[in-house]
Design a binder for this molecule. Structure first.
Ligand SMILES: [Zn+2]
Length: 315
């Protein structure tokens, strides 16, 4: 399997979840073996950051990365989109300290990446494969991983709320399924938490345009839910994004119960600390070169989620 990057540079602007202010993001193609590279632009210049489990500096409201000089918040939905679509190499330039929250899902990012188009590169894809079963459990929550050629997730959440309850979703995360079954699922929160955060100057950009907000009985958003089980779909989306901070794509089968950004990151740090026991870097074989008369098949075009046309504020 070949590495991929995006074909063209694309950009978008949107509101930052933390600040409530407008932030700008530019996505550019990147050479082979770059991985995911953030270029953080500020008044004093540009600093670079490649995601790693230990560079996750905050998981409170969203996942934030920091390199000691600069930090970038709310990275998980873009990282999920990049990984979900099978993009190995990309440069993410940001002006401001957070990525735009868009509509609280990954749909706008998937749309933007599809607008950019994907380009196959010459080198073979490298992955980090889980080599033996691992059970990571904290406070009744757990992530269990087993070896698997791909990225399969079985995710269960349990909330004492009449609209959520226990939800389970199991899938092999492929670019097509990521686009159709996960990308549109929005982040969610409870009204009492939102009120508390706003009163304390947090999540100033958070509102009903970029989150599903629940009171004790149901959903406050007038349009309701995008899927009956939108909650577990979003948690699975977050899991894809949180696993992407490993650098290389992870390969394995993951059974996840009640996890979140914090546990996801603790799990990755544990994996990294015990890499010799549980992980192996592998280079995926390139397909056999086809004869000149039948050129190698181009990667399948990603479907654009319905109803998104024109939604991202593209500059
Ligand atoms: Zn999320």
């Amino acid at each position: 399997m070949h590495q991929t990057t995006i074909r063209n540079t694309v950009r978008c602007t949107g509101i930052g979840l933390h600040s409530g202010k407008q932030v700008e993001m530019v996505l550019r193609p990147a050479p082979e073996d770059t991985g995911i590279l953030f270029a953080l632009r500020s008044g004093s210049g540009t600093s670079f950051l490649s995601p790693k489990p230990r560079l996750v500096v905050d998981t409170g409201l969203a996942t934030s990365l920091g390199n000691g000089h600069d930090h970038i918040a709310t990275v998980e939905h873009l990282l999920a989109s990049v990984r979900g679509l099978g993009i190995d190499n990309i440069r993410i330039e940001v002006q401001g300290r957070e990525l735009p929250i868009m509509d609280g899902s990954a749909a706008s990012f998937v749309y933007l990446l599809n607008q950019a188009g994907l380009r196959r590169q010459n080198k073979a894809r490298k992955v980090l494969a889980i080599t033996k079963p691992i059970v990571f459990e904290r406070d009744g929550k757990f992530i269990k991983a087993t070896p698997h050629d791909g990225f399969a997730v079985d995710y269960t959440i349990q909330f004492a709320h009449p609209l959520i309850g226990r939800q389970n979703l199991s899938m092999e995360v492929t670019p097509d399924l990521f686009s159709t079954d996960l990308a549109k699922a929005r982040t969610f929160g409870f009204l009492r938490e939102v009120e508390y955060m706003h009163a304390n100057g947090l999540a100033l950009g958070g509102n009903l345009d970029n989150a599903v907000v629940l009171d004790e009985f149901g959903v406050l958003n007038t349009d309701g839910l995008r899927y009956p089980d939108e909650f577990v779909r979003h948690k699975l989306l977050d899991f894809v994004g949180d696993m992407a901070v490993m650098g290389l794509p992870l390969q394995g089968r993951f059974e996840v119960f009640a996890s979140g950004h914090a546990l996801n990151n603790s799990f990755l740090r544990y994996l990294e600390d015990n890499a010799a026991e549980y992980l192996e870097e592998r280079t995926l074989e390139l397909p056999v070169v086809a004869p000149a008369v039948s050129p190698a098949k181009a990667p399948a075009k990603q479907p654009v989620p319905a109803g998104l046309r024109g939604q991202p504020a593209m500059a």
